[in-house]
Design a binder for this molecule. Sequence first.
Ligand code: DQA
Length: 145
Amino acid sequence: MVLNGPNLNLLGQREPEQYGSETLQDVEATCRAFAKNEGYEIDFRQSNHEGVLIDAIHEAGVKVKAGEMLGVVFNPGAYTHTSIALHDAIKGAEVPVIEVHISNVHARESFRHKSYISSCAEGIVVGMGTFGYQLGIQGLIHKRA
Ligand code: DQA
């Protein structure tokens, strides 16, 4: 699963100096093509709602346990810096997560330096632009396959 949090639906038009000019649809197409080449399918999602993201993590947990999914490449957007609920969901559902941030959050405002996701993520990709999603998928395949 490739899961995207709040405001990532605005990719391409939102602060292009931070996030580039690709839309989320472009990212989805690239992820699907990359995964297909590796022999995998992508369940690609975006939500602006914390509870919907939590439900998606729980769903992924069930599928991972059933051997139907490798894990989640997750860009939680601003919930990264606020959501203990997402941290608990990842731990509770025992989902392998690769945390992805398009921008280098550590080179930005100090409120972006704290992540509630990193301590329960298997890996982190930061500041590699939208290419980071592919790196995340590759990392998940490398760790699981
Ligand atoms: C982001 C970084 C977050 O701080 C921000 O709130 C986002 C996007 C990134 O991909 O760089 O929405 O996760």
